[in-house]
Ligand binder design. Structure first.
Ligand code: ATP
Ligand code: MG
Length: 296
């Protein structure tokens, strides 16, 4: 059902059993000095029945909740899988149209097609994010252990975000320690993490703002930091940053889209790769996100 072993009905029943044995023994020792054996038996029976009824109701409701939760994750997973096929079809057809049959189209028509393609990319990202969330919730999310040349991955992600960087008039600096070693992690998924950190630093920045990406190493790990001079995260909301669907008011009011799943997925990716994620943010001054991964 996607719950930990401590939340399973069987475990709760076992715990309830131990509580009942404990209470029965306590009632026995406390009352045997004062009352007759018949009253003692009746008292024990009443106490145990009471605990059993309450316990059973609680366990039943928890089981129901877990079932609904499991159904929800399965529903998201099935819907996302089904949406993936037509989206991939649209993407292929668009590519085919643009590369082989764009001769007869005027510039306005090409602009519209490019817009459709960009919207398709956004939709595909959302569907992929939803699929990842469903996998995480179902405990079915696995990461590979690749040897990653992290410097080239960072450069690739900076390049990928170039259009967003120009649109938001943000300047990116990259500072890399000498002889940066390879790291161990899931290459594709680490790229997803970097893409989210870097796109967040651009999206939630101010005009003419800065993004500084630092890559450092110590004995056992590489630390990647993405610092910006943007809107920051309100202090009273900072403990919700890695929650699913969290978006600050200021971020949600911006034109740049987002679902609030990026950091939730990023945290899961890094922690499943034996790394850590942390951040520091001051509202209206800026934010710095870091993650570490083991080096070879
Ligand atoms: N660098 C940042 N500066 C300010 N706020 C940030 C920054 N990074 C994240 N946040 C806040 O945390 C929220 C969650 O970030 P997250 O990356 O999970 O979602 P998102 O960027 O809104 O959408 P997406 O799912 O497309 O990544 C953001 O909406 C924003 O409010
Ligand atoms: Mg994001």
């Amino acid at each position: 059902m996607g719950v930990s072993v401590y939340q399973t009905p069987a475990f709760m029943l076992l715990t309830l059993g131990f509580i009942i044995v404990f209470i029965m023994t306590a009632v026995f020792f406390v009352s045997r000095e004062f009352v007759s054996i018949e009253i003692l038996i009746i008292a024990e029976a009443v106490v145990v029945s009471f605990i059993l009824i309450i316990g059973n109701t609680i366990i039943g409701s928890m089981e129901k909740l877990a079932r609904v939760n499991k159904f929800k994750s399965e529903f998201i997973s099935i819907v996302s899988h089904q949406l993936k096929t037509p989206l991939t079809g649209i993407s292929w057809d668009m590519e085919f149209l643009m590369s082989k049959h764009s001769d007869g189209l005027n510039s306005k028509q090409i602009e519209i097609l490019k817009n459709i393609e960009a919207l398709n990319v956004i939709m595909a990202k959302m569907v992929n994010d939803l699929l990842d969330v469903a996998r995480i919730d179902q405990n079915n999310f696995f990461t590979r252990k690749d040897e990653i040349d992290i410097v080239s991955v960072v450069k690739k992600v900076i390049e990928k975000n170039k259009a967003l960087t120009l649109k938001n008039k943000v300047n990116i600096d990259l500072l890399v320690d000498d002889n940066m070693p390879k790291i161990i992690g899931d290459e594709k998924r680490t790229e997803v993490v970097l893409d989210n950190f870097i796109s967040n630093a651009i999206k939630y920045n101010k005009e003419n703002g800065k993004v500084i990406i630092k890559m450092q190493k110590d004995n056992r790990r590489a630390i990647i930091s993405v610092k910006d001079t943007g809107i920051g995260i309100p202090e009273n909301e900072q403990d919700r940053v890695f929650e699913k669907f969290y978006r600050s008011k200021e971020a949600a009011s911006r034109e740049t889209g987002g679902t609030g799943l990026g950091l939730y997925i990023a945290k899961n990716i890094i922690e499943r790769s034996e790394g850590k994620v942390w951040f520091r943010s001051v509202e209206n001054e800026g934010t710095e996100f870091h993650f570490s991964l083991p080096i070879i």
